[in-house]
Design a protein around this ligand. Structure first.
Ligand code: SF4
Length: 324
C-alpha cells in the first residue's frame, strides 16, 4: 500500500466577518497517497480553495481561523510548524498552481527573475545555474524558443502560456506534492485540454502527488484516481473515480454528473441541479443540500447526515443510506 503523503483530519475553517461567522470548511477529512491524483470537486463557494489554502497555511488570520482539525504532511502537522518552516515547505515540498496566473506572477520581473528567485532561495544554486534550469523548465512545459522567452515579462505571454509559466515555477524545486486550484478555468476550452494534459503528464513523469481542484466533474474523470465532492463546506462523497462515475451515492454528485455533456446519451438536453448554493452566512438546518434535493425527507431538514462508508472505499453523507 502506497505511503500517505497528505492527511486532512476534521479540518474546520471559520471566517469572522462583520456580518457574522462563516464556516467555509466543516469537518473535512481525506488522505492522498504518494503518486495519487485526487480531484476535489464542487460548485463555487463549496470550500475547495479554502481547503487548499489551509494546506499551504495561506488563510489570512484574521479574519480566517483554523478552528479544529489536523493537516498532516509526511506525518507532521503543518498547523504546528513555524512560519520559517512553512516557508521552507512551500515551493520546495508542496507547490501550488493558481487559477489566475496574472495575480500570482509579478508583472515587473521577467520570467527568468521570478523562477530563479525560487530556485536560488530554495536550492541555493548560482545565478547561472538558475537561468539554465529556468530554460530547461520552460522547455519542459512546452514554451517555444525558451532561450528567447526566458527574459520576457508575463504580459508578453498568452493566457495558456502564462499558465505554463506558473506550472514551470511550481515544478522548479521538484516538489513531491502539487496543488492545482482551478488551473484551467480562465482558459479557452482547447487550451484547457492542453494544460490539463500537460499537468497530468508532468505528474506521472515526475512521480508527484496531485490535489486537483475544479468545479467540473468532467475534468477529473480521466485525470484523477480518487474524487472528493464538496457541497456547502462539507465533503458529501468520496471514492475511487470509477466508482463515483459508475455508482454515485449522493444526490448532489448525481446532479453534477447529469450536468456534464455526454456523447453516449440520446438526450439533447442537460439536467441542471435546481436552485442555487445556500448562503454560507445562513445555511439551512440538517442536510445543507435539502432545499435542492428531489429526495429530501423530513429527517433531512432536521439532522445532518453522517459521512459513512456505503461500499468498500466509497463514502457518502446522505440519509438515504440510513434506511437499510
Ligand atoms: Fe437529499 Fe436528504 Fe440525502 Fe441530503 S440527506 S442529499 S436532502 S436525501
Amino acid at each position: 500500500m502506497a505511503e500517505t503523503v497528505l492527511e486532512l483530519d476534521d479540518l474546520t475553517v471559520r471566517f469572522r466577518l462583520r456580518r457574522g461567522d462563516l464556516t467555509a470548511v466543516d469537518g473535512v477529512s481525506f488522505s492522498i497517497a504518494r503518486g495519487e491524483t485526487f480531484g476535489l470537486v464542487g460548485e463555487s463557494g463549496s470550500g475547495k480553495s479554502v481547503t487548499a489554502r489551509a494546506i499551504m497555511r495561506l488563510i489570512p488570520d484574521p479574519p480566517g481561523e483554523i478552528q479544529r482539525g489536523r493537516i498532516l504532511f509526511e506525518g507532521n502537522n503543518v498547523l504546528e510548524r513555524s512560519d520559517a518552516e512553512m516557508r521552507a515547505l512551500r515551493g520546495r515540498h508542496i507547490a501550488m498552481v493558481f487559477q489566475e496566473p496574472m495575480s500570482a506572477l509579478n508583472p515587473v520581473f521577467t520570467v527568468c527573475e521570478q523562477i530563479s528567485d525560487a530556485l536560488r532561495t530554495n536550492l541555493g544554486v548560482t545565478k547561472k545555474e538558475a537561468r539554465e534550469r529556468v530554460i530547461e523548465l520552460l522547455a519542459l512545459v512546452g514554451i517555444p524558443s525558451p532561450q528567447q522567452r526566458v527574459d520576457s515579462y508575463v504580459h508578453e505571454f498568452s493566457g495558456g502560456m502564462r499558465q505554463r509559466v506558473m506550472l514551470a515555477m511550481a515544478l522548479s524545486c521538484n516538489p513531491g506534492f502539487l496543488i492545482a486550484d482551478e488551473p484551467t478555468t480562465a482558459l479557452d476550452v482547447t487550451i484547457q485540454a492542453t494544460i490539463l494534459e500537460l499537468i497530468t503528464s508532468m505528474i506521472n513523469r515526475l512521480g508527484m502527488s496531485l490535489l486537483f481542484i475544479t468545479h467540473n466533474l468532467g475534468v477529473v474523470a480521466h485525470s484523477c484516481d480518487t474524487i472528493g465532492v464538496m457541497y456547502a463546506s462539507h465533503m458529501v462523497e468520496r471514492g475511487k473515480t470509477r466508482d463515483i462515475f459508475a455508482n454515485p451515492q449522493h444526490p448532489y454528485t448525481v446532479g453534477l454528473l447529469n450536468s456534464i455533456p455526454r456523447l453516449d446519451t440520446q438526450s439533447k438536453y442537460l439536467t441542471p441541479i435546481q436552485g442555487s448554493v445556500c448562503s454560507m452566512m445562513d445555511p439551512p438546518a440538517g442536510c445543507k443540500f435539502h432545499p435542492r434535493c428531489t429526495h429530501a425527507m423530513d429527517i433531512c431538514r432536521q439532522k445532518s447526515p453522517e459521512f459513512r462508508e456505503v461500499a468498500p472505499g466509497h463514502f457518502a453523507a446522505c440519509h438515504l443510506h440510513n434506511r437499510g
